[in-house]
Design a protein around this ligand. Structure first.
Ligand SMILES: [Ca+2]
Ligand SMILES: [Ca+2]
Length: 343
């Protein structure tokens, strides 16, 4: 969502982990007004938190959490015969300060305590945005799981409804949304490197129109094998359908794949987006990195200018690989953070 920032123009000095194209930095400085007020705001970073190599892939889906006491994430794209080996739940919120309750959420009634992945500036009169991460084993995800779909139903978890509740909703906390990423293994599937980056990137500085702002995250941790099948998922909070943006992926050799136009529109529900770009045939054999980019366009609001006040929580990427698969991928998910069944 866009936020008015009257009388203040922000230029960040610290932009760790992400970079803006130099040409646009130059344009921005040429366009700066003489009475510019400098303010330092943290823009944050996404860093690699996990790589899992399996005969399989990931699926991801999200939900908005703003204004509701509970919500559900529907997973319905796991292929028949696959087994879930574990998953990662991301959630984000706005607040004026860090609180222990931010780390708490329930999935299917089971209490989860997450870890802070990153925090940057906030929006909507809240000074901070927070992203939390919880790795969950298949056993943990399967407790009180409600399967849907055709018979025969595989052992839980899998395709079905994952209910979220128990997150802090009291003012001034504003929960934004959550995304569940499940890793599955399938005996007939090709091997894939599945790479998780998470943290918090907020491209909040306000260039005047017609300029835009790119936040970039370089994705490493994979080695592509022909014929390449790949995809990458953006997890972003606080997208406003009225303010334009672009999500795209640039491969090692410069091929570009774009997700529609203005995808940060809270299509998961207020106010969250989980958006996946298909990279089949774009990533080339032997590639070992690519760049995910979140572009925010300027918009005029009365006499002021702003960009969509989004915060980028995570990026999950899978690429077919020739690397050896993990002997036991389940170990990646054993963080012992699901506390108890509390239903
Ligand atoms: Ca938008
Ligand atoms: Ca969307």
């Amino acid at each position: 969502m866009i936020e008015h920032r009257a009388q203040t123009t922000y230029i960040e000095r610290e932009y760790r982990g992400v970079s803006m194209k130099r040409t646009w930095i130059a344009f921005m400085f040429l366009a700066l007004p003489a009475n510019l007020a400098f303010a330092q705001i943290g823009a944050g970073a996404l860093t690699r938190s996990m790589t899992v190599t399996v005969h399989g892939d990931y699926v991801a889906a999200g939900t908005g959490l703003e204004g509701v006491e509970h919500a559900s994430i529907v997973i319905d794209t796991i292929p028949d015969g696959a087994d879930v080996v574990g998953g990662v739940l991301y959630w984000g919120l706005l607040d004026d300060e860090s609180r222990a309750e931010h780390a708490r959420i329930r999935i299917n009634g089971n209490r989860v305590v997450g870890k802070l992945a990153g925090s940057t500036g906030g929006c909507w009169s809240r000074t901070r945005s927070f992203v939390y991460r919880a790795r969950l084993t298949a056993e943990q995800l399967g407790r009180d799981f409600e399967p849907v779909g055709e018979d025969p139903i595989p052992p839980p978890p899998g395709n079905g409804i994952y209910e979220l509740s128990g997150y802090r909703t009291q003012d001034p906390t504003v929960p934004q949304g959550a995304t569940l990423v499940l890793i599955y293994r399938h005996e007939s599937s090709r091997a894939r490197d599945i790479v998780f980056y998470d943290g918090n990137v907020a491209p909040t500085p306000f260039p005047p129109p017609p300029f835009f702002r790119d936040a970039e995250v370089e994705i490493h941790g994979f080695l592509a094998q022909a014929p390449v099948e790949a995809s990458s998922t953006f997890v972003v909070g606080n997208g406003d359908p009225e303010v334009q943006d672009l999500l795209y992926f640039v491969t090692q050799n410069g091929s570009i794949r774009i997700i529609g136009f203005s995808p940060l529109d809270s299509s998961d529900g207020a106010t969250w987006d989980t958006e996946t770009v298909d990279l089949d045939g774009a990533v080339e054999p032997g590639d070992s990195f690519g760049t995910a980019i979140l572009r925010s366009y300027s918009v005029r609001v009365g006499r002021l200018f702003g960009i969509d006040c989004t915060f980028w929580a995570a990026q999950v990427t899978s690429v077919t690989t020739s690397r050896p698969v993990d002997a036991d991928p389940t170990v990646h998910f054993e963080e012992r953070i699901l506390v108890a069944r509390t239903r």
